[in-house]
Every structure is written in C-alpha cells, then in structure tokens.
Design a binder for this molecule. Structure first.
Ligand code: SF4
Length: 370
C-alpha cells in the first residue's frame, strides 16, 4: 500500500496521520482528487479500525415526519409541500403521531427521530405536546427531534431565543438533536440551494447552544450537487472546529443528494465511488468526531455495506416510514429489522453492535466473552 499511496501523491498525508497531525483544507482536497480511491479508503479504514475495530453500530428506532408543510423552498427537497391543502401535503394530529409509537409498543425501540417541514400555522404547544405524549407512552424512549433549521424557525415564529426554544423542548422531553439541515455550510452553496432557511453560522450556533445545555447531536452534509471539494472539506472543518470547543457531536452523516421529484433533477445522483470517497475523507478529516454514519436509506444497502470498509462504523437505525428520501426517489426499503441489519453487517465482515442514541451498548451478540 505504501507504493500506491506514493503513486497517488498521498504519502505525506499518510505520514501526517501516522504522526497524529491533523489534516487541513489542502490535505482534504487532495484526498478528494487523488486518483486511487482504494488508497484513500485504506487510510480511512485504518482510522476506523483504530477507533472501533470491526464493530459496527446501529439502533432500533422509528423515524417520523409529523408534517411536510414547509415555508422554505430548498431546491433539493422532494418532501415539502408549501401550503396546507396542497396536493400531497399532510400534518399529523398528535394522536396520529403518537399512534406511530403505540403501534410498535411491543418492540424494543430505543429512539424516536422526528424532523418536519417548517409549518407556519401550528401552535408552539403542538411540538411540546408531541414530545410529552411520546414520553407518556414510553417514558424511557429517547427523543431525537427537530433540526437546527426547525429550532431557528421556531425561535422566529414564536418570538423566542434559540436557547428558550431548546430549554422548553428539553422540559417537554427532548433528549438530543438530529444533524439535519446542515447541507453544506458554504454561503455560496446555501444561497443557491436553500437560501430561505437558517444559514451555516446560525446552524452551528444552535448546536453550540444545544451542547452547552447538555444535549448531544449529529452533523450531516448533503453531497453530490453543486458543492466543490474545497466546500466539502470546509464544511467538515467547521464541524471539527465546533467539536473542538464542545465535544457534543456524536456522528458525522454524509447524505447523498437524490435528484428525483425536486428542482435539481437535471443533476446526476452521486456515484458509488463518490459516496465511498466522501465517507472516507470524513473519517480522515474529522479526527474528533467519534462516528461516521452510513445512512443506508440514502446510499442503498449494498454501498452501505462497502462503506463499512471505507471509514463508516455506523449504519443508523432500523428506520420505519422514512419519507424524505423516498419522496426523492430512493429505492431502498423503508425499514429493516434488527436481525436484518445485523445480518448485512455480518455479511460485510463486520461485527454488529446495537446501541442506543448515546452509543451505550444495547446488545453485542458477537462480543468476545470476558
Ligand atoms: S429541506 Fe426541510 S426546510 Fe428545506 S424545503 Fe425541505 S422540509 Fe423545508
């Protein structure tokens, strides 16, 4: 492999990693541009195994989008319907949302993951009651709800500070924030693809506040549209800088752009090679974020398995009723059982570990006896 690294011009990057020296913007861009994808993957896998060996995490969760009514107009979004009453728009009643959890009452689900459109007319109590109701049904369930984009929207709509919004949601049962809405932090990209929702600095600041209040969170990156390699690496470096300050991110989650049923249909979907490379570079640049997640709903199951050798150590969850990617044309199933996820992890030559949202081990069937 040393010869291949040298042939790809990556010998000095490998030396930096060996010496524990952080990669910077130029290093990351070179990793994106190096011709030998497998050399990049080999470096990422080395980092992945140094941290986690062959262990691969997943959780038993449900995902719920309570409304797809949204005042924003992100070009890549196939999920949102602008107005209540538009074709295909929906808003669940609280009972309908709670029924999604009640219906799975016998399963050992540990997390409810909620993200929504930015609905202009719902009362603030809708969101507080939503959380309180989930906790009434399952007091032990972890509620990972509302992207920073939603938190910013709530603050503006209901006349509160970001911190007040977070505190009131925490009082109602919020346990952590998902990483959505980060897209690409670069202002150039946001102006073009999502100009009317919270910007990169505000997104990061909301996560900073959440971490200060004791919440953990994740950070995503929507890749494969108009962003440049430098903008990808810059996005990672901004997440890394916040993590240096707070330590509150648990996982970095690359999200593949899906081009169906949205206003960016002319663009091709990212290739498998690009998906492998994005995860690998993330593992190498983000030396302070513990987990790199392969979101199998977006990548497809086969590529997700391969990603477990390209830096990723987490496969997200069992995920029921995912709509955001499926409305954008994702051909993946909407759910897998824990046995199915464990089986595909084993088939990829890795060791399945069921975790809860905070990465406490729930079950590790292949662990060596102590
Ligand atoms: S990505 Fe989110 S904020 Fe943007 S239009 Fe879709 S639902 Fe609305």
């Amino acid at each position: 492999m040393h010869t291949r690294l040298a042939a790809s011009g990556l010998r000095d990057v490998a030396d930096k990693l060996d010496a524990g020296i952080r990669l910077e913007l130029d290093d990351g861009v070179r990793l994106f541009e190096a011709p030998d994808l497998h050399a990049v993957g080999w470096l990422a896998n080395r980092e992945r195994e140094r941290r986690h060996g062959g262990r691969t995490f997943f959780n038993h969760n449900i995902r719920l989008e309570a409304t797809n009514v949204c005042v924003a107009s992100c070009l890549f979004c196939a999920f949102a319907r602008l107005q209540p009453g538009d074709d295909g728009s929906y808003t669940m009643t609280l009972e309908q949302a709670w029924d999604k959890l009640r219906a799975r009452g016998r399963e050992a689900i540990t997390e409810v993951h909620v993200v929504n459109g930015l609905h202009p007319d719902l009362p603030w109590d809708y969101y507080l009651d939503l959380l309180r109701g989930f906790k009434r049904i399952r007091p032990d369930i972890h509620l990972k709800c509302f992207t920073a984009v939603e938190i910013a929207f709530f603050a503006e709509l209901y006349g509160k500070t970001d911190e007040q919004v977070l505190r009131e949601l925490m009082d109602a049962g919020l346990d952590s924030l998902p990483g959505g809405g980060a897209e690409v932090f670069a202002a150039r990209v946001r102006r073009k693809i999502c100009h009317d929702k919270c910007d990169g600095p505000r997104w990061l600041d909301i996560h900073r506040t959440a971490h200060r209040l004791g919440l953990r969170s994740n950070v995503t990156m929507l890749y494969g549209h108009i962003e440049t390699p430098a903008e990808r690496v810059d996005h990672m470096l901004q997440a890394r800088a916040l993590q240096d300050d707070t330590g509150g991110f648990q996982a970095f989650i690359p999200l593949a752009f899906h081009p169906d049923n949205n206003r960016m249909q002319k663009l091709p979907a990212p290739t498998a090679a690009d998906t492998l490379r994005v995860h690998a570079v993330a593992r190498l640049v983000l030396d302070n974020i513990p987990h790199i997640k392969a979101f199998w709903i977006a990548t497809g199951v086969d590529i997700a398995q391969t990603l477990l050798w390209y830096g990723a150590d987490d496969l997200d969850g069992t995920v029921q009723e995912e709509r955001i990617y499926h409305m954008a044309g994702a051909p993946t199933p909407e759910a897998m059982t824990t046995d199915e996820i464990s089986g595909l992890i084993r088939a990829a030559g890795r060791l399945p570990v069921e975790r809860d949202t905070l990465y406490n081990v729930v079950s590790e069937p292949d662990a060596a006896p102590s």
